[in-house]
Design a protein. Sequence first.
Length: 288
Amino acid sequence: MTLRRFIPVIHIHPILLIFIIVSFLTGTFIELMIILGIVLFHEFGHFIMAKVFKWRIRGIMLWVFGGVMDTDENGTSPLSEEIMVTIAGPFQHLFIYVLLLFLSANSIVPSSIIELAFFYNSAILLFNLLPLWPLDGGKLLFQILSALLPYRKAYDFVIIFSICTCIIFLVVQLLFIPFTLSAFMLFLFLLVENRSDWKQRYYVFMRFLLRRYHGESYIKGVRPIEVSHHIFLMDVFSNFYREKRHSIYVTFPGNIRESIDEMDCLHSYFHERNYSKPIGEITSHLSG
């Protein structure tokens, strides 16, 4: 075992470097270091839990408004694993509270620093639990919805909900409550991130399908799907659930039904490139 396996690769966003320089010049370096320390400890919780499940991790990116763990496992690992990895980050804040209480009781660190750390630890924890993508609260919302809804519908709902919530908050802050620049910038950043993710939603879904096609997704049950013969494969795929293998029943005129396996559909789409053929034609060709 090498030490590298237990220490994540940490990347610092270029804009964060600018903020660090500015903090030196404005005398806010201590505050920024406290925030970054809490964020890093939070991300380390995600990292340790992901390592327990042997996830493939590229590293941790620290940026101006927090951090993110870059992994290849999104949408392919068991849902229970993803939930535990997500919860592991916020759980780290409890350890931070315990550490701060110990430091305060033994007068190891000045009380002013302890008070700042308590405030930022609480603020970061509560903010991160908001049900907005890509915060941990938003990821938990998506994971719960993806257990109840098809993957694509769950993902689209979370992004739309996050965009609408951010817009409402920005309007409310501008018109009805005292303006706070930091809060405004945080929600503006989330709005931009969600707008970007909305534009990339098709590629996220295609990655989900490709990993199913290559057998990289965790499957633990079967769920039948009933569709009409005239719809296209992508419309069929929009009904795919996580952790479920689908037997697809195609209804033809005259109330005739034929079945086709999801792997046949995925093979037809990705290998044979039947992008515009209705599923009824593909089913008839395979059964004939």
